[in-house]
Design a protein around this ligand. Structure first.
Ligand code: ARG
Length: 470
């Protein structure tokens, strides 16, 4: 980025001395807000066309502006644009080059506009595009989980609470649980998008304009759902940035939880999952290591998503009404959140697709931990035993089994019937992890029929979404 002798400032008229170079370096944002170029050009194009439609500039002037902006857009995309930090930000960089090329028509572009409403508009367009990409990434991830769930639809695995063996579930049930979380993340993004998609442009610096502009014209051209109603609020509102940072942070926390779980499940100690080796890395000293770094980094990167959200909230808390330069500090955190979540999704999708369950190892250990105790308790309840009594009865049987180092199903009929007269052969049918799963029936449970229903629902939902977005 060029930082040579500074060109005349767009705001230079009132100043009697040039800006100190240290101040230029401190206040520039073009080194990162150059990422808004595409959106800045879209916003300026719509603005120029509106100015012409309202008779504020001529049609020929608008045409020249629009054509030159398109040319500048191509140069930026190809890395041929002469960015200058002395020109502060993306807005002034583009406008200065535009004016160098077309003269007075370029000097008219900023009519009835301020960088305050301009940057707010650009950032909304940028966030809107990001939301659509993140939604597509989360959908891809849901598809990967769904595919794995379908491949493993009959496998029974232990599920944990407090990281202690709790009850048996179908692997598919657990995998679809992740689809639910990512679906809520997508809902939050879609909800946030509604508030992103409102037009601030035309608020000018803070008070609006005395020129006869048509804000709805711009909103329609840029695909905004509505025009923001208060110029003071519109030029400075960054709620949408916080909302997006939150939606991203929570998605990142979900991905971190998933990563933590799979780090455990793929460890030698659990041995449930076989991660794809091409997404693992080794150790430079221990030759045997195959490490789950993709998962660890996914877990680790969630930290900065939470930090970015915090930075944005703290940035806003002290600001009085309307634009304050502090707001320039909104960009790096939200850019980083978007980039980071995209990067994690980009690795999570192929990682899930390449992961296999170690069925032999899971099945060999499925009888450990008395996963069927709750099933047995519910069978006693079905015979009319009060829940508290059934709980205590089964608790004592578990203690007996633990003392003897056996499973509940290894206990004799006498041991069971002496614990409770409600013990019939039918009650003992509830024992065994497979049977415990098969006996489930409530909506949303791990019952095979319920899981089959959910697999179908997800298949239909994700196929529809593929059709509508593609
Ligand atoms: N680069 C600035 C930002 O990102 C643009 C708006 C500057 N406005 C101003 N009055 N200095 O916030």
């Amino acid at each position: 980025m060029h930082d040579g002798p500074g060109p005349a400032k767009a705001w230079g008229g009132v100043f009697s001395v040039p800006t100190d170079r240290r101040m230029e370096a401190f206040s520039e944002s073009v080194s990162y807000d150059c990422r808004l170029a595409e959106d800045d050009i879209a916003g300026s194009t719509a603005h120029a066309q509106m100015l012409a439609a309202c008779g504020i500039i001529s049609a020929a002037e608008a045409e020249s502006i629009v054509a030159t902006l398109a040319e500048i857009g191509r140069e930026i995309a190809e890395g041929r644009f002469p960015f200058s930090t002395a020109r502060e930000d993306i807005h002034l960089n583009i406008e200065a080059v535009l004016t160098e090329r077309i003269g007075d028509a370029g000097r008219k572009l900023h009519t009835a506009r301020s960088r305050n409403d301009q940057v707010a508009t650009d950032l909304r367009l940028f966030c809107r595009r990001a939301i659509d990409r993140l939604d597509a990434g989360l959908t891809e991830l849901q598809r990967s989980f769904l595919d794995l769930a379908e491949r493993e639809r009959d496998l029974v695995i232990p599920a944990y609470t407090h990281l202690r063996r709790a009850q048996p579930v179908l692997a598919a049930h657990q995998l679809l649980g992740w689809c639910e979380k990512f679906d809520r993340d997508r809902e939050r993004l879609a909800d946030c998008r509604k508030r992103v998609n409102r037009l601030p442009l035309g608020s000018a610096a803070l008070a609006g304009s005395s020129l006869p502009i048509d804000r709805q014209h711009v909103a329609t051209a840029l695909g905004f759902d509505s025009v923001m109603a208060n110029s003071l609020d519109a030029a400075s509102d960054r709620d949408f940035v916080c909302e997006l940072a939150f939606a991203i942070a929570l998605a990142g926390v979900h991905l971190s939880q998933w990563a933590e779980e799979w780090i455990l499940y793929s460890s030698e100690e659990f041995g449930f999952l076989l991660l794809p080796e091409n997404f693992c890395t080794g150790s430079s000293i221990m030759p045997q290591k195959i490490n789950p770094d993709a998962l660890e980094l996914s877990r680790g990167k969630s930290a900065r998503l939470v930090g970015n959200l915090q930075a944005l909230l703290v940035l806003l808390k002290g600001l009085p009404t309307a634009y304050n330069r502090d707001l320039q500090e909104d960009k790096e955190p939200i850019f980083d959140s978007i980039d980071t979540l995209e990067a994690v999704l980009g690795i999570a999708v192929p990682l899930v697709a390449g992961t296999r369950f170690n069925r032999d190892r899971i099945t060999a250990g499925i009888n450990r931990g008395h996963l069927d105790a709750t099933s047995l308790m519910e069978a006693l309840i079905a015979e009319g035993v009060p829940q508290r009594t059934a709980h205590e009865t089964v608790g004592k049987l578990v203690r007996t089994a633990m003392d003897r180092g056996v499973s509940l199903s290894d206990l004799s009929d006498e041991e069971c019937t002496s614990a409770s007269s409600a013990f019939t052969p039918a009650v003992r049918e509830a024992l065994g992890p497979d049977r415990a799963v098969a006996r489930m029936q409530s909506y949303g449970s791990t019952a095979p029929a319920q899981v089959a229903h959910q697999l179908t629902r997800w298949k239909e939902k994700l196929a529809d979404e593929g059709a509508s977005s593609g």
